[in-house]
Ligand binder design. Structure first.
Ligand code: PLP
Length: 377
């Protein structure tokens, strides 16, 4: 199998599975139990929190484990709107956010909020000036992702944070960094966002665990789950210890070779862009600066047919985000590309183990698809 869909999810290294197995078996204690098996687990959870917090560049006490990136996005939006309920009922976001943000914003609209969805240019870019211009005195929240999951575009979250401090210091800033964490260099400290969402399964951790950074401007954050007081009383529920152990192990593995991995991803992306660009009718889409995501269109050939054809040959790529399950992607739609291009967009995404041979095989399969099938768009 040739796996070129790391933005959907990444393979779990053996060391991560081993760390999880140990916690599922010998170290199965509940961190709230008051005997050594539990107390040891409590200590471990705090060490794993520190591993993830160090990688994010924040204090461990500002980091809360969640069940996934979607949860972090939902929690951020509800906590920000709760804190700023007296500031106003306006949210600024972008039309290219993950559905974990967009669906939550739509729900806020049903609660009486007004939401401004900013449109990108044809490369997928949105400027800090564009975001700041949309901010009003009654803007409770700005939610802008760090890296777009379909295009790899990197958004100027740091500039937005600095601009917000000048324009409307009460407005809180959330960034969905699920595709940015350990893929592009950033730290919570320098970014300046009040909420930062990350997820384990994009970087070799297990599915079903993520983390949310909550910064100091969020006073008495609204708890997500009330109950037994876990996660400083903000997100109750017995800690998913094996998932958290796997998350921390994946982060540590990635950190050990971060510079080499980022350089490798950038080199693979450049190579893939060259190989794909040599295929007739193939156009690169978006100006994604993230090193692990490349969007392209085989103009005229429907993306789902390409994905199916390559899939039948053991080559995994995606037609936009895996979360859309065959429906047209709202991200591609927001680019306002010509219809034949928009219907043909595919995404390749890379990980540390991706090789030039993988790219060669994919490029050849795309070339064969173009030569053997008739364009249908
Ligand atoms: N945000 C972005 C940008 C994503 O790419 C994803 C997953 O594809 C999510 C949020 C949701 O993360 P999770 O699958 O952990 O809920």
């Amino acid at each position: 199998m040739i796996y070129l869909d790391h933005a959907a999810t990444a393979p779990v290294p053996q060391a991560v599975a081993d760390a999880m197995y140990a916690v599922l078996t010998a170290q199965f204690g509940n961190p709230s139990s008051q005997y050594p098996l539990g107390l040891e687990m409590k200590k471990q959870v705090e060490l794993w929190r520190k591993t993830v917090a160090d990688a994010l560049g924040c204090q461990p006490k500002a980091l809360f484990f969640t069940s996934c990136g979607t949860e972090g996005d939902n929690w951020s939006i509800s906590a920000a709107c709760w804190q700023n309920r007296h500031v106003g009922r306006h949210i600024v976001t972008t039309a290219v956010e993950h559905s974990a943000v967009l669906a939550c914003c739509r729900w806020m609209e049903q609660q009486g909020y007004e939401v401004t969805y900013l449109a990108p240019d044809q490369s997928g870019n949105i400027s800090a000036a564009q975001v700041l211009e949309a901010v009003r005195p009654d803007t409770a929240l700005v939610s802008t992702m760090l890296v777009n999951n379909e295009l790899g575009t990197v958004y100027p979250v740091g500039d937005i944070a600095r601009g917000l401090a000048a324009k409307n210091p009460k407005t809180l800033l959330h960034t969905d960094a699920v595709q940015g964490f350990l893929e592009v260099p950033f730290s919570a400290k320098t970014l300046g966002a009040d909420f930062i969402t990350v997820s384990a399964h994009k970087i070799g951790g297990p599915k079903g665990v993520g983390a949310l950074y909550i910064g100091p401007r969020v006073r008495n954050p609204r708890p997500l789950l009330a109950g037994g007081g876990q996660e400083s009383g903000l997100r109750a529920g017995t800690e998913a210890t094996a998932q958290i152990a796997g998350f921390a192990r994946a982060v540590a593995l990635r950190q050990e070779r971060l510079n080499q991995t980022l350089a490798h991803l950038a080199e693979i992306k450049t190579y893939a862009a060259e190989r794909l660009s040599a295929i007739p009718d193939l156009k690169l889409v978006g100006g994604g600066g993230a090193p692990h995501i490349l969007a392209a269109a085989l103009v005229g050939w429907p993306s789902q047919n390409i994905v199916n054809d390559l899939g039948s040959q053991g080559i995994c790529i995606s037609a936009g985000s895996a979360c859309h399950q065959g429906r047209p992607s709202h991200v591609v739609a927001a680019l306002h590309l010509p219809k034949r291009t928009a219907g043909s967009v595919i995404r390749l995404s890379f990980g540390p183990e991706t090789t030039r041979d993988d790219i060669d095989a994919c490029a050849e399969a795309l070339r064969r698809h173009r030569n053997q099938r008739l364009p249908m768009l």
